[in-house]
Design a binder for this molecule. Structure first.
Ligand code: 4NP
Length: 152
């Protein structure tokens, strides 16, 4: 099963989602192919934001080796699931989606997660609390994704 998380810059939310799902898939001993990308091109090739990486590390998750890339039309043929972090990301992905692309595209928190959010708020211009909230939301939703779609 191939899963792609998408946000705007691919340096905060979607690489965090990638790290969280990788961590949980290892705990559950399930084999998933996980990647992330951004709708924008500003940060191509950059490592995750140090604030995201530090917050993830404090919860025992590594974001090492990740490098930002931009989402492409080909991703709609490569991945089974493409999960947008917020509604603007979702709208941009919908505009890019080829008619015969096989990926299931959705707003991640509208389908998974039990906290009262339907978007992962962009933490880039805010304080540390925003990065903790990103982790809280993604840990909750990724666990539910595994329970609903991955585990037998
Ligand atoms: P992300 O956060 O979409 O979660 O990676 C952002 C990163 C960079 C910018 C905005 C959001 N930016 O404007 O450069």
């Amino acid at each position: 099963m191939k899963i792609l998380f998408v946000c705007l810059g691919n340096i905060c939310r979607s690489p965090t989602a990638e790290a969280v799902l990788r961590h949980l898939s290892s705990l559950h001993e399930v084999d998933l192919d996980i990647d992330s990308a951004g709708t924008a091109a500003y940060h191509i090739g950059k490592s995750p934001d140090t604030r995201s990486a530090q917050a993830a590390k404090a919860r025992g998750m590594s974001m090492q080796g990740q490098s930002a890339r931009q989402v492409s039309v080909n991703d709609f043929y490569e991945f089974d699931f493409i999960f947008a972090m917020d509604k603007a990301n979702y709208d941009n992905l919908l505009a890019l989606k080829p008619p015969n692309g096989s990926a299931h595209l959705s707003l991640f928190l509208s389908e998974y997660g039990q906290l009262n959010y339907d978007e992962v708020p962009d933490p880039y211009y805010g304080g540390d609390q925003g990065f903790e909230l990103v982790l809280d939301l993604l840990e909750d939703a990724c666990e539910q994704f595994i329970q609903k779609k991955v585990l037998p």
